[in-house]
Design a binder for this molecule. Structure first.
Ligand code: URP
Ligand code: ZN
Ligand code: ZN
Length: 485
């Protein structure tokens, strides 16, 4: 049977190995890898790289944030921006706030995404209201519908859960097969410091980075690992930023706890100095905050040695005006600014330039960190995340020599700024293919609103409990009175 599209002669980072070959696509899937393939259309990729489309498993889209502020991007602008940056799958959040019905929230996000997304998407849930209806009815139903990950917050007044509630969510996740993603920062440390600073008139964005101490991250990671161990529930700590936090994950993994870690562009490419520019520093305020060069090095090291498995954007787009970062204009204190930075579009190009081109990571590691591991951990494999026969034909053709200077005009999100303004990049995804359709080519988008499909995710190996019991649980089992989760 004839092929619909052949991508000819590129250096292909295929699942098994990197090789120069043609990629043959039929009916939206990769049908063949070989030489001399013929199809209805061919794209010459000689001298270029052919990589799996990125999978971004942490981004906030058309979501009401922990501050009660709606993101600047909707499902159209976010997915267009992702596509231009070589990402073909996103997994954003459906956010339950206190008092919300999870089922209603989920239906609402489905409706909005379906009408607008130009690339495929799954969902995680944010659980802020773990009542009986949520835990016993809505969560199992959501899991059954292919939403196999929930984020919980240990900080933010509107979202944070107490340890008992975190354990309830972990027990539900373990029971029905889902991964718990954790925003790990110690709320008390942050709010105690912030309260005093604001009282003393220290309200500029730079104080945000002071309040979110390194210790607040590492304390929360150590605590949540202990909670996860108690119920033998796999977890993934999102946006890890500190050497101490990474070390806590490394140690937990070394003693056999199933804990995964993620870092993001802001922790590799920004530091607290970027925030220390008066009110303009609001653009760089995210939680946890960027740290220093040593912390950047620790994040690179964690990505290399496997303490951290995934590199996501944590795209959290807010404009630098009253709709986003500055609800009270110049009088806004750091406690009132929406937290987050945009990153969907530049996630891959930044890592390509400063990781692959700089010799810090290999091309294969780049593919793992930006696509394959996301798909494996979050239950999207083998359909997404790799160039392999049978997988969806989601890929990006990269010109490894293309020079690009980052400007806010270059990116397609609705934030109105980029934290990486002026950086010089080498290497860019020039052609992007989603399920066999060329959606970005020659700098132009060719993708209809709503063409993106919802991805119901299956049970991945990542979320299987290990069957490891803490001594007290083992004792209960030995007494034949095991704890019912
Ligand atoms: O500052 C950040 N990261 N904002 C986005 C929300 C979150 O906590 O991931
Ligand atoms: Zn978070
Ligand atoms: Zn986030």
């Amino acid at each position: 049977m004839a092929l619909d599209l052949v991508i000819r002669g590129g250096r292909v980072a295929a699942a098994a190995k990197t090789l120069v070959c043609d990629v043959g696509i039929r009916a939206g899937r990769i049908a063949e890898l070989g030489e001399g393939l013929k199809g209805e259309r061919a794209i010459d990729a000689r001298g270029k790289l052919v990589l799996p489309g990125g999978v971004d498993s942490h981004c906030h889209v058309e979501q009401v944030s922990s501050f009660g502020i709606l993101c600047a991007d909707d499902f159209y602008s976010a997915t267009v921006s992702a596509a231009y940056g070589g990402t073909t799958t996103i997994v954003p959040f459906c956010a339950q706030h206190r008092g919300d019905s999870l089922a209603t929230v989920l239906a609402d996000y489905h409706q909005r995404a379906k009408a607008k997304a130009v690339i495929d998407y799954g969902f995680h849930l944010i659980i802020a209201n773990p009542d009986a209806q949520t835990l016993e009815a809505d969560l199992p139903a959501a899991i059954g519908s292919g939403i196999r990950s929930f984020k919980i917050f240990m900080t933010y007044d509107r979202m944070r859960l107490m340890d008992e509630q975190i354990l309830d969510v972990m027990a539900a996740a373990r029971r029905d097969g889902a991964l718990v993603m954790v925003h790990a920062e110690n709320h008390g440390m942050i709010s105690w410091l912030a309260g005093r600073m604001v009282k003393q008139g220290n309200t500029l964005p730079r104080y945000h980075a002071i309040c979110h101490t390194r210790g607040s991250e590492s304390e929360a990671i150590l605590r949540v690992v202990a909670l996860a161990e108690l119920v033998d529930c796999p977890i993934l700590v999102v946006h890890v930023s500190t050497p101490e936090g990474i070390e806590a994950i490394r140690q937990a993994r070394a003693r056999g706890v199933k804990v995964y870690g993620e870092t993001c562009p802001q922790y590799l490419f920004l530091t607290a100095k970027d925030i220390d520019i008066g009110m303009a520093g609001a653009a760089f305020c995210c939680s946890p905050p960027p740290r220093d060069k040593a912390a950047q090095e620790a994040c690179w090291h964690g990505l290399k040695d496997g303490a951290l498995q995934v590199y996501s954007s944590d795209h959290a787009p807010y404009r630098m005006d009253a709709s986003g970062k500055l609800p009270k204009g110049e009088a806004t204190t750091f406690k009132e600014m929406a937290n987050g930075v945009p990153g969907l579009e530049l996630r891959l190009p930044l890592l390509f330039t400063f990781g692959v081109q700089a010799g810090r990571i290999t091309l294969e590691e780049f593919v793992q960190l930006t696509a394959t591991r996301h798909a494996e951990i979050y239950g999207l494999a083998p359909r997404k995340g790799a160039i392999a026969v049978g997988a969806d034909a989601d890929l990006a053709i990269w010109d490894p020599d293309k020079k690009v200077r980052i400007t806010k005009e270059l990116v397609h999100d609705q934030t109105g700024y980029t934290p990486y303004e002026g950086r010089e990049l080498t290497g860019w995804p020039v052609t992007v293919v989603s399920r066999g359709e060329v959606i970005v080519e020659g700098g132009k988008l060719n993708a209809a609103r709503g063409r993106g499909q919802f991805l119901a995710r299956g049970r991945s190996a990542a979320l299987e409990p290990l069957g490891r019991q803490v001594p007290e649980m083992a004792q209960l089992a030995a007494w034949n009175t095991p704890l019912k989760l």
